[in-house]
Design a protein around this ligand. Sequence first.
Ligand code: UDP
Length: 240
Amino acid sequence: MPRLDNRNNNELRKIEITRHYTKFAPGSVLICFGETKVICTAIYEEKVPPFLKGSGQGWISAEYAMLPSSVTVRKQRDINKGRLDGRSAEIQRLIGRALRSVVNLKMLGERTIWLDCDVLQADGGTRTAAITGAYIALRDCIDHMTKMKLLKTSPLQCAVAAISCGILNDEVLLDLCYSEDSEAQADMNIVMTDTGEFIEMQGTGEKRPVRYDELMDMLDMAKLGIEQIFYHQYNALEKE
Ligand code: UDP
């Protein structure tokens, strides 16, 4: 069955990455996967959460939010509800875990890097775009800290990117947009390193259970998709 935007099943949406998007954060990236647009910033602070005080190691923490106008029906800001949305909490923990896993926290010293991911427009895959963009913001922030002589060498061990995949009409698809995601029989979010290793795989049989061969097909498709995303990340990071 043809996809809504006529993409092949294993085809990514158009990826656009703009570094130095805002002025004050050392890392600031606008990342777009088709109609999904997320701004990711990285800012360091010379302090760590209480549980790390005196440990000599640093921390990476993430926050994720959707702007009210990022979806078709106005999304109320969490601050007005008086509590953090469960979905946002789940996503920001995923972003933090994913990026922490490739940073040598001892080398970072007693500092925190905050990764703030704000969705300007949501059309599926906001968490995977956020992880992919947050890596670039983190790289820029760490390069800045190195230039400022706060760090001797980069504590980053490898690059990180993420993509969604799923099953719709019994076919495996890469990089689902919202209308595909909302109808999908199963969906997954895969986070990987540029050394070909997996960081996190979240998958759910939403409308039916998933067979082993389908799961392997999704992993293979996601792996090939992420390899293309790394190409975009490298290109973006090569520019000044
Ligand atoms: N979405 C929405 N309102 C919400 C949450 C999600 O319209 O409160 C839409 C949005 O397009 C989002 C998509 O549903 O990108 C898929 O949401 P999901 O929770 O699967 O996360 P995502 O794919 O964005 O990481």
